[in-house]
Ligand binder design. Structure first.
Ligand SMILES: [Zn+2]
Length: 220
């Protein structure tokens, strides 16, 4: 018997002659018991296939809860490892559920606030047209006023949208104008009223000021 016969073997699959160590494999406890071995002994056997040709064992991190449970029962995996992996699987599944819940909640809130956000966008679109007109035809002061107004309303809209998504606040029953602080409104009103009357007359009054002017009208 030559040395190569003792220490090497022929793989039945790839037909390569490889060291004997490549053919040794441990049975799982479940496999050992199936072959009639008793006790917690992992039996080493010689495979017909070399290591490279044998199917790869699934790593522990890829095992499902059911597979983990089977390995716990057979004794192939320590119960501590099984419990740890099963907990990790549960947390991962639960995390996805929680994230999904948040998404649904966000969509619901955005839907609730949708009317308010849309109304603000419509106003912004109108005033942007007015600004565009004044930038071309003048007066520059009026264009500046519209710019300031757009700044206030778009900042408020961004803030409101954020509130809608993260906040617990309910959408207002009334109009969006009430979301803007009175300070901002009176600043804009001063700007508007400092424009010459002939520039204000026959021009659409921005909604935010329309209401403020109307309130003043009823007070006097
Ligand atoms: Zn092989």
């Amino acid at each position: 018997m030559t040395d190569i016969e003792v220490k090497h073997a022929l793989c039945e699959k790839c037909k390569a002659i490889k060291p004997l160590a490549d053919f040794k494999k441990y049975l799982t406890l479940a496999e050992s018991k199936a072959r009639g071995y008793v006790g917690q002994v992992r039996v080493q056997v010689e495979s017909r296939f070399c290591k490279a040709c044998r199917p790869k064992k699934k790593p522990i991190s890829k095992l499902t809860s059911k597979e983990l449970q089977n390995k716990a029962v057979s004794g192939d995996l320590h119960p501590f490892i099984v419990a740890h992996r099963k907990a990790a699987i549960y947390v991962k599944a639960h995390a996805a559920q929680v994230a999904g819940g948040h998404k649904g909640q966000q969509a619901r809130r955005l839907n609730e606030w949708g009317g308010v956000l849309d109304a603000m966008q419509i106003e912004l679109n109108k005033v942007r047209q007015q600004e565009k007109y004044c930038l071309t035809h003048g007066p520059a002061e009026m264009a500046m006023f519209f710019r300031a107004y757009i700044g206030v309303v778009s900042a408020q809209r961004a803030n409101t949208k954020m509130q809608a998504m993260i906040g617990t606040q309910r959408a207002p029953e009334g109009v969006w104008q009430q979301l803007v602080t009175p300070e901002r409104v009176s600043e804009l009103r001063e700007m508007w009223e400092s424009q010459p009357i002939e520039q204000r007359i026959n021009r659409r009054i921005p909604i935010l000021l329309d209401r403020a002017i109307a309130n003043e009208g009823t007070a006097s």
